[in-house]
Design a binder for this molecule. Sequence first.
Ligand code: ARG
Length: 494
Amino acid sequence: MQRDLVRRGRLSDDRTGEVAHFLSSMAADHRIADMDVLVDMAHLLMLERQGIMVTDAAQAIMGALLGFHRDGVPPEAYDEEFEDIHAGKEAALIARVGEEFGGRLHMGRSRNDEVATCIRMRLRDDLIALMEETNDLRGVLLALAGEHRETIMPGFTHLQHAQPTTLAHHLLAYEAAFGRDVGRLRDALVRLNECPLGAAAFASTGYPIDREMTASLLGFDRPMGNSMDAVSTRDFALEALSACAVEMATLSRFCEEIILWSSAFVRFVTLSDGYSSTSSIMPQKKNPDTAEISRAKAGTVAGAFTAALTITRGLPMSYNRDLQELTPHLWQGVTAARESVAVFAGLLRTAAFHPEPMAEEAAVGFSTATELADVLVREFGLPFRTAHSVVGRAVRKGALDLDTVEASAVEVAGISLCDRGLTAERLASALDPAVSVASRGICGGPAPAETARAITEREDALKDDRQWVAGRREAVAAAIGRLVTECERLCVHE
Ligand code: ARG
């Protein structure tokens, strides 16, 4: 029976196993099999409601589909002799309820709209989960920032000590970026949540189907407007992958810093053992492997996006089998992003940050020279460019003590700062990293009072984002719950 159905999906019998394997999407279809059963259920409910399928056939098929929904698609449906799960599952259905009934389910649709619907549904769940995982990471960052508002650390430009900042300020910079990532994922989710079902091969169908009904049963906002677009586009996958790739670019920067910070010559952080590995030869080693793998996953996700984009470019309308080749890249990219974000949140949550070496480094390399120049401007009347030259000259002489700064001011501008009231105490306080940080209290700066305000603001934004995602998750779950209930009701229908 199974052989017979496999054979019927082919032009002739002369296909080798090698070619069957080459053409089959079965390996990737494991990911959409559950969704495919839901798509079948919604389609069948609609066919019956529209009077396209007689009720006793609908009941028989629905009984089998509810079994697949409960227990999973049966193993024989995954035989690679079938082109895909859609064909394998139809064969399994016919084997259970007979062709007289089971052979009627594919009225008014094609695998082209079927697969596009399944992929959108699976991706919808993945994007919701990735947003939740990213929001959890943001929560970890905000909690850590709250603990480290007074933790002075060096800030860098060009990886050179630049100006002192705080760990909270640094963490909030990443939180802001991850907040935008959630925004991009949210946009992608809203645009993908339209239902291709009913587009059939591409030209829609002559059956009087109700596309609004299937779209709503499957938790979509609406059916897709154009049936050719519905089966041919994978722009929703490109958009999701690009949002993942952008997020991973940020995450990999953070990984790079964590790797640097955990090194013996920086010592800003110690990772917990659970997120570290040792060496098979060097017993003393503790390596930041989770951060390294996450950093590398950014390459995997960018590669998935590039592959998907390259596969779709230049394809004529409408469905082309090339599209099948894109789907595994989608799952690989989204999975890599999800795993990396979740693991990285755990890494951060369990890491120990070390304020002392951070504070020591904050004062290294004349990092408060900018603040001193600002003080010379604000309190001693120098133009900024002159103050910059005075302090720069003192730095080149190797000291920012009163004598050197005074001598530099005389040499650069013929001005005595001591005559204008500069004292050793005022100089020392201008050079204190904590004073420098505290003076940078304008919006977005590192001053502890400002980061306290920023944390409150970002916590509110995070709360809104969490609520939005929870609403989406609930809406999908409610739709699927209603679908299953209606399907069960059809089966008890007299
Ligand atoms: N397996 C195909 C895919 O993943 C879906 C089926 C469309 N196949 C076809 N021959 N029209 O894209």
